[in-house]
Design a protein around this ligand. Structure first.
Ligand SMILES: Cc1cc2nc3c(=O)[nH]c(=O)nc-3n(C[C@H](O)[C@H](O)[C@H](O)COP(=O)(O)O)c2cc1C
Length: 172
C-alpha cells in the first residue's frame, strides 16, 4: 500500500471505470477509513449506502446529470449526513463531519489502487430528491455525496493545486 503523501498527491477524480467488482475486503477497508474521520464532539453523524446493484447504479446515473459515469462503475457509496445525530442537531456540522468522512473514503480508494469521484447531491434539492426516491432515504437524512468507485479505466492525472500566495503568515 502507498504511503500517506503518495496517496494524497496521487488522488484525482476518476470518471471512467472497468467493470471489475470491489472485493468485500476493499469495501470493508473503505468503510473503516470513512468512519475513522474526525467529527464534532465525535458524534459521527453519517450513514453510508453501499450500492453494487447494476439497475440501481444505472438509475442513479440516469437521474443525476453530473454523475453519468456511474453507468460504468461497479460500485458506489452514497454518503448521508444525519443532522439529528450531529452535535446540537446542527445541519452544518452534519455536513462538515460527513464531508470529512468522504475525504477519508476518497483517499482510501486511491490507497487501494481504485478510483472514485465525489458527485454532488447536497446542496442541490433536485438531486437529493432523486437520490431519496431511488434509494429510500428518509426525509430527515441528507443525501450528501454520490461516489462511484471502481478500477480506473485510465490513469487520472492529479492537478497541481499548490498556490503559496494563498498562505498568510501570522495574520491576513
Ligand atoms: C462538493 C463537491 C462536489 C462535486 N461534484 C461533482 C459532480 O457532481 N460531478 C463530477 O463529475 N465531479 C464533481 N466533483 C469533483 C470535482 O470536480 C473535482 O474534485 C475537482 O475538479 C478537482 O479535481 P480532482 O478531484 O481530480 O483533484 C465534486 C467535488 C466536490 C468536492
Amino acid at each position: 500500500m502507498k504511503g500517506f503523501f503518495d496517496t494524497v498527491f496521487h488522488r484525482a477524480s476518476v470518471r471512467s471505470f472497468t467493470s471489475v467488482p470491489l472485493t468485500a475486503a476493499e469495501v470493508d477497508s473503505l468503510m473503516r477509513a470513512a468512519m475513522a474521520a474526525p467529527s464534532a464532539v465525535n458524534k459521527q453523524p453519517w450513514d453510508f449506502i453501499l450500492v453494487d446493484d447494476r439497475a440501481t447504479l444505472d438509475a442513479l446515473a440516469a437521474a443525476l446529470p453530473y454523475a453519468k459515469m456511474a453507468a460504468e462503475a461497479p460500485f458506489a457509496v452514497v454518503a448521508c449526513a444525519v443532522p439529528s445525530r450531529a452535535f446540537e442537531r446542527s445541519l452544518e456540522l452534519a455536513v462538515i463531519d460527513t464531508s470529512l468522512a468522504c475525504e477519508n473514503l476518497l483517499l482510501a480508494v486511491d490507497a487501494l489502487g481504485l478510483g472514485a469521484v465525489w458527485t454532488a447531491l447536497y446542496p442541490e434539492a433536485g438531486r437529493q430528491s432523486e437520490a431519496r426516491r431511488i434509494l429510500g432515504i428518509p426525509a430527515d437524512v441528507l443525501p450528501l455525496a454520490f461516489i462511484p468507485i471502481g478500477k480506473p479505466r485510465t490513469e487520472a492525472v492529479p492537478k497541481d493545486k499548490y498556490r503559496p500566495e494563498l498562505i498568510h503568515r501570522g495574520r491576513w
